[in-house]
Design a protein around this ligand. Structure first.
Ligand code: FAD
Ligand code: NAP
Length: 313
């Protein structure tokens, strides 16, 4: 028989860990499942400077602290690659690639993944110069020239991180204005190692039979084409929701994000969604933990309401 819990939290990023903390403090039995290491995207972030209580904290350190906190009231944590949720009313069945678990309520906190650029060479040179994680791979490019593609917070902030390792960082952006927060832009413009190529699209990642050697870039205003030499290409062109496993529940919108009400409830009673995976404007650690706190409390209320209605669980 499948092991039963009050609540299963899918994803142990900042959102999921906070939901587990709140639900377990309400004396519910909680299982957190993650197919990676707990901490989620925080593990891919060097210095976090906008989390209250810290002037600056390393992402993996904050992840470890959150994990210790989230499990102190009995929430269990286990590896699990979740492939779907079956909704049987008062009981939900969460299926991983190896197991099934039952719960009265489920919190989806699966976050987002990097959008691919979709140009020739990107896939072929993956792990051979093309990267989506400066914190993970930046050290391979010590003293070398690298390219960053994108103009958002991730591209500019991770570009700044790379200046500590690379000899030169060239940001290639498709417009002539960055999307990144003003404070991050100001730092980037003041950094001698940061260079910008505006109004330009990377059309191909170039390389030899071993590794990346550069990119082909086309100016979208003039049509001018040029080759930029580089050893590494870091791609930060946005994020996509990790919700493909939940499509059959009918809880996603047309772009794959999950809309919720103010209590983080989805269209399906007993299934909640929090953090980056939710349809919302601001995707940050602070907003993920805020969502997690709300969901942790709301699952308690939902489970109480099941008992009130006499639903058999
Ligand atoms: P995530 O952190 O994405 O965690 C989701 C978890 O779900 C992961 O551990 C994943 O393994 C797991 N998962 C996914 N699918 C499944 C599945 N099917 N089965 C089991 N587990 C699954 N925000 C800030 O506030 N400050 C910053 O400085 C900052 N820097 C950033 C830098 C970068 C490069 C990026 C990409 C983001 C940054 N952010 C920053 C944003 C912040 O990291 C996210 O908003 C936050 O991590 C979202 O938390 P989450 O819990 O919703 O999801
Ligand atoms: P983002 O904000 O969506 O920015 C994506 C960037 O990539 C944009 O500049 C976009 O250009 C560009 N882009 C998109 N598709 C492209 C394509 N096909 N070709 C070339 N360029 C393309 O994504 P993000 O920077 O990864 O940030 C994701 C979320 O995490 C955001 O909510 C962000 O605030 C958050 N985050 C926060 C921090 C922080 O607080 N310090 C750090 C990192 C991330 P346009 O500008 O022209 O659209």
């Amino acid at each position: 028989m499948a092991k039963q819990y009050d609540v299963i939290v899918i994803g142990a990023g900042p959102g999921g860990m906070t939901a587990a903390l709140y639900a377990s403090r309400a004396n519910l039995s909680v299982l957190m499942l993650d197919r990676g290491i707990y901490g989620g995207q925080m593990n891919n972030t060097a210095a976090i400077e906008n989390y209250p209580g810290f002037s600056s904290v390393m992402g993996p350190d904050l992840a470890e602290n959150m994990y210790q906190g989230s499990t102190q009231f009995g929430a269990e944590y286990a590896y699990g690659n979740v492939e779907g949720i079956e909704d049987h009313g008062a009981i939900k069945v969460v299926k991983t690639d190896t197991d099934s678990f039952e719960a009265k309520a489920v919190v989806i906190a699966t976050g987002s993944e990097y959008r691919k650029l979709g140009v020739p060479g990107e896939e072929a040179y993956g792990g051979r110069g093309v990267s989506y994680c400066a914190v993970c791979d930046g050290a391979f490019f010590k003293g070398r020239e690298v390219i960053v593609v994108g103009g958002g917070d991730s591209a500019v902030e991770e570009g700044l991180y790379l200046t500590q390792l690379a000899s030169k960082v060239t940001v290639i952006h498709r417009r002539d204005q960055l999307r990144a927060q003003k404070i991050i832009q100001d730092r980037a413009f003041a950094n001698d190692k940061m260079n910008f190529i505006w109004n330009s699209n990377v059309e191909e990642v170039l390389g030899d039979d071993q590794k990346v050697t550069g990119v082909k870039v086309v100016n979208n205003q003039t049509g001018e084409e040029q080759t930029i030499d580089a050893s590494g290409v870091f791609i930060y062109v946005g994020i996509l929701p990790k919700t493909e496993q939940f499509g059959d529940l009918g809880i996603t919108d047309e772009t794959g994000w999950i809309p919720t009400d103010k209590n983080m409830a989805t269209k399906v009673p007993g299934i909640f969604a929090i953090g980056d995976v939710r349809a919302k404007d601001l995707r940050q650690i602070t907003t993920a933990v805020g969502d997690g706190g709300v969901a942790g409390q709301q699952v308690f209320k939902y489970i109480e309401s099941l008992a009130d209605t006499g639903a058999t669980v």
